[in-house]
Design a protein around this ligand. Structure first.
Ligand code: EPU
Length: 308
């Protein structure tokens, strides 16, 4: 594959520029971790039709592009020159019996909270997982042995060519922290299938998960959630902890003393410091345990190619 690197993009076609957009937005404001450079082109469609126009224009022009959700599972390592899509769809919920429909722009924690308020059980596990519904679809977000696909009746997305599809999940489309909604596809929304439950029991379960998270995860510092995937049958956090890496620090980036798989930003951390700390953790876990850790977070490298 030949890749042409261009430092500053030429103006995009009119069909793309017609989509609401902003220029030069700092990734410190677009991600929970708060590092990274500048997002040169942030496209923010407010309707599915505008999102479709974005994808079609990029496909037609052969442009490379990225999708951003809530920025809570993302480490950006520099400036990003390619168009970035961040949906700003209405945050609507529609209930029909035990089914609940949400758009991709809805907050994931807010969706979980809404299900509890409605007395619908099945999404209690998600009460502490930040980001958007679109991000949860993309990552098949999960915790406490449950994940999105367990309660997913249907999902709606744009193909890489901009075609709108709505379908039920099928085997192979959702796995541990991975789904087919990536790789050029854009999640637009979903329908959950939940169970009518006792609101008090649902609330109690949510409170228990929240308490567990509060004691085991560094909720008070900027972070991107778990940085590495759990290797089969193991916990990356425990492996990092056992390698004696908690508290390891590069500048303002630190391996959380509370949970080994969280790297936190003490305020002024840079992308380079995070990259260095991640590499150190991987190398030491490999040396001590002989295990290769794979990133769980999405990583956007600087100098993305503009043209595929
Ligand atoms: N542990 C340690 N030291 C640590 C961290 C953990 O010994 O520094 C031990 C714990 O004591 C426990 C075991 O490791 O016995 C597992 O820890 P925990 O319950 O915190 O779960 P985890 O496997 O580290 C996974 C998910 C989390 C999710 C929790 C709760 C991944 C990579 N992590 O963490 O998801 O919140 O379970 O279900 O799958 C995320 O996706 O960003 C995330 C944080």
């Amino acid at each position: 594959m030949s890749v042409i690197m261009i430092a500053m993009p030429l103006p995009f076609p009119d069909s793309l520029m017609a989509v609401p957009h902003r220029r030069d937005v700092s990734f410190a404001r677009l991600t929970t971790l708060g590092v990274g450079g500048c997002c040169r082109w942030l496209f923010e469609p407010e309707t599915e039709a505008q999102a479709q126009a974005f994808v079609r224009a990029c496909a037609r022009e052969g442009l490379d592009w990225r999708v951003l959700g809530g920025g809570s599972n993302l480490v950006v390592l520099g400036d990003v020159e390619v168009p970035v899509l961040r949906l700003r769809l209405p945050r609507e919920l529609r209930r029909s019996g035990p089914e609940l429909q949400a758009t991709a722009s809805h907050g994931h924690i807010q969706l979980s909270a809404a299900t509890a308020e409605l007395g619908l059980s099945g999404m209690e596990y998600a009460s502490g997982i930040p980001g958007t519904v679109g991000g949860a679809l993309h990552m098949n977000a999960g915790a406490y042995g449950r994940e999105l696909v367990d309660v997913l009746a249907r999902y709606r997305f744009l193909t890489a060519g901009g075609e709108l599809v709505e379908k039920a999940p099928e085997p192979g489309e959702f796995r541990y922290r991975w789904s087919v909604v990536g790789d050029g596809r854009v999640g637009l929304g979903l329908t959950l299938r939940l169970a009518e439950g006792d609101p008090d029991r649902i609330r109690a379960q949510v409170a228990e998960y929240r308490a567990r998270r509060g004691t085991s995860q560094p909720l008070g510092r900027r972070n991107a959630g778990c940085i590495f995937k759990n290797p089969p049958g193991q916990s990356a956090g425990r492996l990092i902890d056992q390698a004696g890496l908690k508290g390891l620090r590069v500048g303002d980036a630190e391996v959380s003393p509370e949970h080994g798989n969280f790297l936190v930003n003490h305020g002024q951390a840079t992308a380079a410091q995070f990259a260095e700390l991640m590499a150190l953790v991987r190398d030491r876990v490999k040396a001590v345990h002989g295990v290769d850790l794979e990133p769980e977070v999405e990583i956007w490298a600087a100098q993305d190619p503009i043209i595929r």
